[in-house]
Design a protein around this ligand. Structure first.
Ligand code: ZN
Length: 442
C-alpha cells in the first residue's frame, strides 16, 4: 500500500459526515463498554439516569456526565489494586502500568492491556507519519524511560513505522548530544524546555553547534512551546530542523498532532478521539470557530481504563481553516492554548502564561529562561518578569526592557516590572518548566 502522505489514507481523508458517523458509532460502543464493565462509570451514569440506550446522537452525548481527575483519585489504591472500580478487564489482562506525574496532587494510575498499548502506538504512528518520519530515519529519544508515559508509545510507533530507534534513557544531556553526533540521528523527540536546554548545553558547554548535527525534525510534547510561534522559531533555528507539536496525556492517549503543512495548529485524530469544546460559563458545546473553551475528550477505543468525556482542563478552539495536507481531521487553532488551571486573572484581566512566553521568546537579546511572579501589594495585583540577557547583548538592556514592556502590554493588556539577571542565573528546567508563580494563592 502506498501510504504517502498518510499513515491511514482512508481514515485521514474520510469525508466529514462519515467521520462523524464513525465517531458516534464508536462512542456508543465505548460508553456501553464502560457502563457494563466499570463499576465507577456505571454508578456515575446511574446517578445521572443515563444508560447506553439513551445515546442516539451527539446531543445525547452532551448529557453524559464528565469525569475529572479528582474523581479518579478517590477510587484508586483499592481492588483490583491499584486501579480500583474503573478497571474494565481482569487484572491478568493488564500489561502496562503508567501514572501521571502528580504535580497537582496524588498521581493517577493508568492500566493498559496489550490491545490498548497497540492502540497507543497506532495513534503515534499517525503523528510520526504526518510529521515526515519514514523508515530511513534514525530517531533519538532522550527521555527517562520510567513510570511516566512520556515518549514510550512514540518509541514503539517509530519502530512500527520502520524507523531505527536509539533510546537515550539514562544518559546525561552531554552524553546524549555526543550520541546524536556519533550515530547521525535524524530526528528527536522531547519537551520544548529540554529541546532548548540541549541546544544551549551543546553551544555553551561543548562548543557544538546543534544546527550542524543533522537532526531534521523534532517532535515536541508535554508543554505548548511548539505551538507558541516564537518558541517554535527558537527551536527550529537552534537545531536547523522542522519542529512539530503534539498533545497527549496519560489518561487520554496521543490525541492530536501538527502535520508537515504547519498550519498554525494541530489536527485532532478524530478517527480515535471525540473532542468537544465546552463553554466554561454556560456549559454549552461550542461548534463555531474562534471561541475558546474547555476540552472534553473521549478515547473511542481504549478499553482497560476508559476515557469517556474526560474533563482535560485544556483550553482549545476550533480553527476554520482546512489544511493543505488534505486531512479531514479538524484543526485546533494554535494548539493547546492553555490549561484551565493556569489561566488566571491579574488586575481583572484574563492572562494565559503562553502569551507571555510568546513575547519573551520573540526578543533576540533575551535567553530562553524566564519566570513570572504575580503577587499583591495591599489590594493591588502586581506582575513581575525575570529575564536573562543573552551573551553579547548586555549593553542593550534598556532597549530590551522598553521593547519587552511594549510588546507585553500590547499582547496581554497588563503592565509589568522587569528584572534582569545575568545569563545562567535563573533556574534551569530539565523537562517541564514551572515558570509561572502566583504568590496570591498562598
Ligand atoms: Zn494538516
Amino acid at each position: 500500500m502506498n501510504r504517502a502522505p498518510f499513515w491511514n489514507p482512508v481514515l485521514e481523508t474520510l469525508d466529514r459526515e462519515k467521520l462523524r458517523h464513525l465517531q458516534l458509532k464508536k462512542f456508543k460502543r465505548i460508553f456501553k463498554w464502560a457502563y457494563d464493565n466499570s463499576r465507577f462509570h456505571r454508578q456515575l451514569y446511574d446517578q445521572a439516569r443515563i444508560g447506553p440506550e439513551d445515546i442516539r446522537d451527539f446531543e445525547d452525548i452532551r448529557n453524559v456526565p464528565k469525569v475529572e481527575k479528582s474523581m479518579m483519585r478517590g477510587i484508586q489504591r483499592k481492588d483490583p489494586f491499584p486501579y480500583g472500580d474503573i478497571l474494565c478487564v481482569p487484572l491478568e489482562q493488564v500489561t502496562t502500568f503508567r501514572q501521571t506525574s502528580g504535580t497537582t496532587g496524588q498521581p493517577v494510575y493508568q492500566a493498559d492491556t496489550w490491545q490498548d498499548w497497540e492502540w497507543w502506538s497506532e495513534c503515534w504512528s499517525y503523528i510520526l507519519w504526518a510529521q515526515g518520519y519514514r523508515p530511513s530515519d534514525r530517531v533519538f529519544l532522550p527521555f527517562g524511560y520510567n513510570v511516566f508515559v512520556a515518549f514510550w508509545a512514540a518509541h514503539y510507533a517509530a519502530e512500527k513505522l520502520g524507523c531505527e530507534v536509539v533510546p537515550g534513557g539514562v544518559l546525561d544531556t552531554q552524553a546524549r548530544i555526543l550520541k546524536i553526533q556519533e550515530v547521525n540521528a535524524t530526528a528527536l523527540m522531547a519537551t520544548p524546555t529540554y529541546i532548548l536546554g540541549m541546544a544551549d548545553t551543546a553551544k555553551q558547554k561543548m562548543n557544538i553547534d546543534p544546527a550542524a548535527l543533522g537532526i531534521n525534525k523534532i517532535t515536541c510534547a508535554g508543554e505548548p512551546g511548539a505551538s507558541i510561534p516564537s518558541t517554535k522559531k527558537r527551536m527550529q533555528e537552534a537545531w536547523n530542523a522542522r519542529v512539530y507539536d503534539h498533545a497527549g496525556a496519560t489518561e487520554i492517549g496521543a490525541w492530536s498532532f501538527e502535520c508537515m503543512a504547519q498550519p498554525g495548529g494541530m489536527h485532532v485524530n478524530e478517527a480515535f478521539f471525540l473532542v468537544e469544546i465546552e463553554d466554561p460559563e454556560t456549559g454549552d458545546i461550542i461548534e463555531e470557530y474562534g471561541r475558546r473553551g474547555n476540552m472534553v475528550i473521549t478515547a473511542l477505543d481504549r478499553i482497560a481504563q476508559p476515557c469517556v468525556r474526560f474533563d482535560a482542563k485544556d483550553i482549545i478552539e476550533w480553527d476554520s481553516a482546512t489544511c493543505d495536507c488534505g486531512r479531514t481531521f479538524r484543526l485546533i487553532k494554535g494548539g493547546v492554548v492553555g490549561r484551565a488551571d493556569d489561566i488566571t486573572k491579574v488586575k481583572g484581566v484574563l492572562l494565559a502564561p503562553s502569551a507571555i512566553e510568546d513575547v519573551v521568546r520573540s526578543i533576540d537579546g533575551l535567553g530562553d529562561e524566564y519566570e513570572v511572579v504575580v503577587d499583591k501589594l495591599g489590594d493591588v495585583d502586581r506582575i513581575k518578569i525575570k529575564v536573562e540577557i543573552a551573551p553579547g547583548h548586555e549593553d542593550q538592556a534598556k532597549h530590551i526592557e522598553a521593547t519587552l514592556k511594549d510588546r507585553l502590554r500590547l499582547k496581554t493588556n497588563l503592565g509589568y516590572r522587569i528584572e534582569f539577571y545575568d545569563y545562567g542565573r535563573l533556574p534551569k528546567y530539565d523537562v517541564k518548566a514551572k515558570r509561572f508563580k502566583d504568590l496570591r494563592k498562598h
